[in-house]
Design a protein around this ligand. Structure first.
Ligand code: FES
Length: 293
């Protein structure tokens, strides 16, 4: 069985759901202030924060593993292990925030990822204590064990991103299915004022839902599938969020700036795909942006 096949089977195991769900609620409760949650998601930079933060502990621990091979470099290895331990805390917090708003399979694998990372962290803390007490041999055994477990856990994190699309923009996937021609979405006067309307864009093999918002003579056209988890933005609302007029997803409340598509409120960290718009004889025409053509 391939590694992906094995991890997919793990994601189907429901045995621990009765533990995972209370843990998820606890994370949601602990991250109640929306500003804190959005900070951890990466909404403020328009990019998931977790994959950025994990570079520090992973890089520090891998480097420490290499330096530990050379006896005179071991003090530097110890310092790097300490940096990795400190950096693991915010990385874990941002991962927990993302994990709390994912679907079932991602939450199951994410729980395993978190348990393995906690074990690895514990081994590294033990390694630091051993090194401090002049038990360098034990310290290295503990840190190499931590590195092995953190490496296995990283493979699970990769599966969550690449195979389960956790953290990926679901809107970017949907927009690629659209025809690259200008799409005629109908007369401007047919669109309601200030709320999203559903239109269907022609795709290669299947049509693609679009969420169209009219404000006076201005029209903004978005891919209907929310960048977070494909929620139907055409069923959402238009609201002012943090000073911007936004299209708000009906599933988890992510808010996207109508002007730019940037997320103004999470859990989405990726922008929402917007189409180019032009008017032609009173009709709304839309086309995928050039980066997708
Ligand atoms: S699908 Fe989660 S906020 Fe849109």
């Amino acid at each position: 069985m391939s590694l992906m096949g094995f991890l997919d089977r793990v994601a189907d195991v429901a045995t621990f759901d009765k533990v995972i769900e209370p843990a998820r609620r606890a994370v949601l409760g602990a991250l109640k202030p929306p500003a804190v949650k959005d900070l951890l998601h990466g909404t403020w930079i328009g990019h998931p924060l977790h994959p950025i933060l994990v570079q520090v502990p992973v890089g520090s621990w891998v480097s420490a593993g290499l330096l530990d091979v050379v006896p005179r470099m071991r003090p530097a290895a110890t310092a790097l292990i300490g940096i990795g331990v400190a950096a693991a805390v915010p990385a874990a917090a941002s991962g927990a925030a993302d994990w709390s708003e994912q679907d079932t399979g991602v939450r199951r694998l994410g729980a395993l990822h978190a348990v393995l990372n906690t074990v690895a962290l514990g081994l590294y803390v033990g390694s630091l204590a051993a090194r401090k007490n002049d038990r360098g041999g034990l310290g290295r055994v503990l840190s190499y064990s931590g590195l092995a477990i953190a490496g296995g856990s990283a493979a699970i994190g990769g599966h969550m991103s690449y195979a389960q699309s956790s953290g990926a923009s679901h809107a970017a996937t949907a927009v690629r299915a659209l025809s690259t021609d200008w799409l005629d979405l109908g007369p401007l006067d047919d669109f309601p004022e200030g709320r999203p309307a559903l239109r269907t864009g022609t795709g290669g093999s299947a049509d693609v839902p679009l969420a169209v918002v009219r404000r006076g003579t201005r029209v903004d056209v978005f891919v209907g599938a929310c960048s977070h988890l494909s929620g139907p933005l055409q069923d959402g609302t238009v609201e002012e969020v943090r000073g911007s007029q936004c299209l708000v997803c009906p599933w988890h409340g992510s808010a996207f700036d109508l002007d730019s598509g940037e997320p103004r409120r999470g859990p989405a960290a990726n922008p929402q795909e917007k189409l180019e718009v032009r008017m032609e004889a009173g009709r709304v025409m839309a086309r995928v942006p050039s980066r997708h053509r």
